[in-house]
Design a protein around this ligand. Structure first.
Ligand code: HEM
Length: 359
């Protein structure tokens, strides 16, 4: 029998225990935990386990492990000259500032979402609506579900509300103020943002010939349907209490909870897991910046500069770990396929094919 992945199980358990401890401590010993939201809390705990487990499995794979290892090493490395290089495990090079820092990579990847802006303005706006709306909704609902934040009216004035965070009073406002309007409608605003993103994503999936040829129902349509279910049932709650005197609120509350839990459990196993995988892109951008400033690899065939030496060396290590041997005998000793630039690899392919048919 195959043993379960121990590291991944530990990661899942640690994240679940940390979330449970966060709920217990943040809700001041469950005093501010709303029992009506228990279903959401259980869903969040199960999702925490699944995210921890899935992330560890992915981070253990040789390519992602290499990027994380190097990324962490390079982010924590102090900028210093090559004279100290022999003390470090990473290759010698001066470390660039500014564009190579963690803050810059976070701003570019997570706030500006540059990776998708480069693929087109339409996709950029679509993604900003979806990720911005979902992040806003998650940032509001998780602290409420976990009992970290709660609202209560004043004992002597039902028109005044008090906001407590982690058991400490942090704010108060009148129910007639603009602040109250925003507080009570932020989820509706996030739902409208998400709906705009969903409409743009749906339109693209129906009309873009490239997407239609390559998309699959499970990978590309299911996540949109799940987000739509959460958003539509959330808005149904608002419609119920604002326009239908609360009619049907009970049933929509249950359906919203079920759709939220389904979405949370889908996240680690489908396309939406990319929001956690993007952490690796922080390492990749640092890796590229440091690599660009360091020693370069020159093609063994044409002599051209085609990549950083660190990248080529790391690729060789990863290929060895994956069990691929790309070494072959050259005229001047052993050559690794990674020592040949991409243009020459394509050229060699054509030359070898020609040779095999006698040309
Ligand atoms: C795409 C993300 C989401 C959107 C767009 C969304 C939208 C909404 C909306 C519009 C409402 C009604 C707001 C109101 O009552 O004024 C709502 C209610 C609620 N949402 Fe969501 N939601 C999302 C995700 C979540 C998540 C992740 C959780 C839990 C962790 C959650 C928990 C709740 C709860 C507890 C309520 C109140 C339910 C009730 O009144 O019984 N939502 N949501």
């Amino acid at each position: 029998m195959k043993l379960p992945n121990r590291g991944a199980l530990i990661a899942g358990v640690v994240l679940t225990v940390a979330t449970a401890a966060g709920i217990a401590v943040g809700s001041t010993g469950m005093r501010h935990f709303d029992p009506a939201l228990t279903g959401y809390a259980i869903g969040a705990l199960m999702a925490a386990f699944a995210v921890g487990w899935r992330f560890a499995v992915w981070a253990q794979r040789p390519p992602s492990r290499m990027y994380f290892r190097r990324g962490i090493e390079l982010f924590f490395r102090r900028a210093c000259g090559p004279q100290h290089a022999e003390k470090r495990t990473a290759p010698a090079m001066a470390v660039p500032h500014g564009a190579g820092t963690l803050g810059y990579a976070l701003a570019r990847n997570f706030v500006a979402q540059d990776f998708i802006r480069r693929r087109g303005g339409y996709r950029w706006i679509m993604h900003l609506c979806l990720s911005g709306g979902c992040t806003l909704a998650f940032a509001i609902t998780f602290p409420l579900v976990f009992g970290w934040i709660h609202f209560e009216s004043f004992a002597d004035n039902a028109e005044m509300y008090r906001v407590a965070a982690f058991g400490v009073n942090v704010d108060s406002f009148s129910v007639h103020s603009f602040k109250a309007f925003m507080m009570f409608n932020l989820l509706n605003i996030s739902a409208i943002l998400v709906l705009a993103g969903l409409a743009m994503a749906g339109w693209r999936r129906f009309t873009d010939p490239g997407e239609r040829a390559t998309q699959s129902f499970a990978e590309d349509i299911v996540p949109l349907l799940l987000i739509l279910a959460v958003t539509a049932t959330g808005l149904a709650l608002t419609v119920s209490y604002k326009f239908l005197a609360g009619h049907g609120h009970g049933i929509w509350a249950v359906v919203h909870m079920v759709s939220v839990v389904a979405l949370l459990l889908y996240i680690p196993f489908g396309k939406l897991f990319h929001m956690f995988q993007r952490t690796c892109s922080l390492c990749v951008s640092r890796y590229k910046k440091v690599g660009a400033a360091g020693p370069r690899a020159h093609c063994r065939r044409c002599g051209g500069d085609f990549a950083s030496q660190m990248h080529v060396d790391d690729l060789k290590t990863v290929l060895d770990e994956l069990g691929f041997n790309y070494r072959f005998a050259g005229a001047q000793g052993e050559v690794h396929y990674q020592d040949i630039c991409p243009a020459c690899r394509r050229g060699l392919l054509a030359l070898n094919q020609g040779r095999s048919i006698g040309r």
